[in-house]
Design a binder for this molecule. Structure first.
Ligand code: AMP
Length: 219
């Protein structure tokens, strides 16, 4: 069986998290989301979490060694052997090269298909999206107070938990996250285009519209 390695690129709040949560359920693949893994390390007050916190609070990338170690551990686990959805990694050319090394070691010559999906979106709406974003601390479901509000105010539709707002979802930190994205992550679009593995989708529109476009490109 061909293993499917799916990675996702796009600016902060482009809808990757919402779509990749859905896709993980649909394909029965693990959803490996570096931002959530790092936030779990912070919550658990681990050494990695303590190191990462300062960078996250400023909207900068955490050091490549730290994030790559966490990702390699996760991708080596048994539930990733048929495929995985990687959301938020790689975020720089250096990380993309790390991922290639990791995959070569983990896959060990097995049959794999690698696809990088790029969410192409009008960025002018994204800061508003970020400040209105809330998420469920239990299941990870993402809401937006304006575009996708929960049925009961401030509570998750799936499990009733009280929704939380990410500490870095403020206007100031958002601006710095966009700057980091433009400088470090945007060059990956060209990087994967040159390798012939990039699939670009129009990420403007409703969740259902983007979902249909996503299904077309990951076949
Ligand atoms: P996200 O949840 O994907 O928006 O990520 C939140 C924050 O976690 C980012 O602003 C970075 O500080 C950090 N982070 C997430 N993924 C990475 C990564 N691949 N490399 C470095 N830092 C990351």
């Amino acid at each position: 069986m061909t293993k499917k390695e799916l990675i996702f690129l796009g600016p902060p709040a482009c809808g990757k998290g919402t779509q990749t949560n859905k896709l993980a359920e649909y394909l029965h693949f693990p959803h490996v989301d570096t931002g959530s893994l790092l936030r779990a390390e912070i919550k658990g007050e681990t050494e990695a979490g303590k190191e990462a916190k300062g960078y996250i609070d400023k909207g900068q990338l955490v050091p490549v060694e730290l994030v790559s170690r966490i990702i390699k551990n996760r991708l080596s686990q048994d539930d990733c052997k048929n495929g995985y959805i990687l959301d938020g990694y790689p975020r720089s050319v250096e990380q993309a090269e790390e991922l290639e090394k990791m995959n070569a070691e983990i896959d060990n010559g097995g049959d794999t298909k690698f696809i990088a999906v790029y969410f192409d979106i009008d960025t002018s709406i994204l800061v508003e999206r970020i400040v209105n974003r809330r998420s469920c601390p239990v299941c990870g479901e993402i809401y937006n107070l304006e575009f996708k509000p929960p049925k009961v105010a401030e509570h998750c539709d799936k499990d009733g938990a009280e929704l939380t707002q990410r500490k870095d979802d403020t206007r100031e930190v958002a601006q710095s996250r966009f700057d980091t994205y433009n400088k470090e992550t945007a060059p990956l679009v060209e990087y994967y285009t040159k390798k012939g593995v990039l699939k670009s989708i129009d990420a403007n529109g409703t969740i259902d519209e983007v979902w249909e476009r996503l299904l077309e490109v990951i076949k």
